[in-house]
Ligand binder design. Sequence first.
Ligand code: FEO
Length: 399
Amino acid sequence: MSFEIINNIYWVGKTDWEIRNFHGKEYSTHKGTTYNSYLIKDEKTVLIDTVWTPYAKEFITNLKKHIDLEQIDYIIINHAEPDHSGALPELMKEIPNTPIYCSENALKSIKGYYKEEWNFVPVKTGDRLNIGVRELLFIEARMLHWPDSMFCYLTNDNILFSNDAFGQHYCSEHLYNDQVDQFELFQEAIKYYANIINPSNKLVQKKVDEILKLEIPIEMICTSHGVIWRDNPFDIVHKYVEWSKDYQENQISIIYDTMYNSTKFMAEAIAKGIKDIDNEVTVKLLNTSVSDRTDIITEVFKSKAIAVGSSTINSGILSSVNAFLDEIKGLKFKNKKGLAFGSYGWSGESVKIISEMLEMAGFNLLEKGYRVLWRPDKESISSCEKLGNKIANSIKNIN
Ligand code: FEO
C-alpha cells in the first residue's frame, strides 16, 4: 500500500493492526500502530525512514512497485530504533552505496545495531539538502526521545517530518488526523506522551521554541507512528507544550494489588474518603495485577496525587506493584503527591517499601503511610476514609 500525500510525496509505510506490545512488553498497543515511511520525488528522490524489521521484505516489495530502488538518491534516518530503521539491512543489500543522512548520534546507534559501514552522511541542526525545487532542513531533536532523534523539514510544501514526536500507536484505515475518532486519537497521543516523551519534558518546550524561532511555516506534521497531522497541525504541538508543563487533571488514582482483598477494601475506603470531600475529582481504582501498566502510567500522568497499596508478602510487596513502581522511577513525574497503604499479617514492610519507592520516583509523600493488620475493621476503614479526606484536601488548591 502507498498513497500520495501531496505533490509527489508518498506514504510508503506499514499499517500494523495486530501488534499489541512494543519495546518488548513495556508498552501496550491496544490499537496497533503504523510505521510511517515517506518517499519524496523531486529532481532527487528521497526516502525518509523505513519500517520495523519483521516487515522489511514486505516494505521493499511494496517500494519496488512504486519506484526502481536505484532511483533513490538519498535515505534519511531520523531515528535508529528498529521500528524505523529495521528495513535498512534489506534495502542496503539492493542499493549499498546510497547515502544515509542521519545525526551523528544515529550514525553510532545504526552502526552499533547493524554492524555495517554504510555510506553515512552525518548532519546537524541547520544543515540543508537541496533535492531540486525543494530543500530539506535538518533539526536535531536529541532525547525526543533518543539521543539520535532528528526532525527534517521540507520547504515549499512546509512539512515537518517529526519521527516519534507527536506520534501515537494508533492504526486505522485512515492516515489523517481529521479522518479518525478524535477521542481515540488524543487518548493514544497522551498515552504516548506519558510513557515515552515525559522524561524529556523540559526539552519539549525548548524544541518547540527553537522551531518557532525558525519562522518556518508548518502545514503538515508527518510523524512516524499514527496519523499525519494535516488539519490544524499545531493542535498537537500545543498539546505537547501543555503536557510538558507537569500536566495534571483533577484526578487521584489509587493503584494497588491485593492478596485476600484486605488491601482492596482499604483502597475502596480511601476512594470513598476522597469523594466525601470532593465529588468533582475523578477517582480511579486500578489493580496492577489486572490493569494494563502502560494505561496505569497514563492515569498517573493525569493525576495530582496517587495512593499506592500492596499486601506484604515475604517481607516485600506484590510483584505487580513492584513492577509499576520500578517503571515510574524513570518517568520523572513532578509535582505529584503520593501515599502508601497496605495490609499485613505479621512483618508488614509493604508501606515502608512503597513510600521509599514513591520518594525515589519524585513523589511528595503526604505522610508515612497507613498499614492494617489482617482484615481492616470498622475503625481502620474509617481511618482509610480519613486518609482519602486528606488526599482530597491536599490537592484542592492545585490548579
Ligand atoms: Fe518509534 Fe523510538 O521508535
